[in-house]
Ligand binder design. Sequence first.
Ligand code: CO
Length: 271
Amino acid sequence: MAVSPMITIKSRREFEKMAVAGACVAAIHRAVKEAAQPGVSLLELEDISRQILAERGCQSSFLGYHGTYPATLCLSPNDVIVHGIPTDYRLKEGDILSVDAGAIYEGFHGDAAITFGVGEISPEAQRLIDATEEGMWAGIRAVRHGARLGDIGAAISEVGYRHGYGVVEEYLGHGIGRQMHEEPQVPNVGVRGTGMKLRTGMALCIEPMFNVGSRHTKVDPDGWTVRTADGSLSAHWEHTVAITKDGVMVFTAGEEPLPVEEAPERVAEQI
Ligand code: CO
């Protein structure tokens, strides 16, 4: 999206700030997921996010983005892939909802998304959610010093294709630091051994979007809301991942950075 600054290499101190921002994003996800019951409106979830940002001394990465984004969350139900604007829509049993949040702490960003069901959801919807999370973790495990960008997209898309899902190509992962969107862009499809070499000090957002149907997308007249072209369900997962001197760390999975070795191997095995 838009003009991105160069690739930036972060110091230990800068990564510490990103970890605080990441913990704030994780706290927003926990609270919003718990609150997202049938009958609750998307604007009520937005309020929860604003409260947690304020409590933790963080600013929103999203509010005012591109001069126009009006909220601190992107809330993307059902066939919305990404960038859904919080409205007075009330959640209903069987919906799936993607919650994307971004926080800034002392000038450094954290950015992550989760997708979950509201009340009881169909087995088809749950499979989509789990496969998309699995694709994200496969991409995250491809991140290391000396790996190449194409390794990430290859790992993600293999999971999506194995499940028969459309893997969205128009929206990509990205570098992150003092800006939410930095170079490099991180495609969700790719060829192993190709593309830029990754190195210690880089931080990347790994963010696959899988559709039950085709990979194609369309944008609503509001200029933000991205939907599946065929109206099928879509899921989105994202974490902020750093290549530190102590190893690869996920900053947006909880209160503390999560070493990638402790990440789930297959999501379904965890459930
Ligand atoms: Co992102």
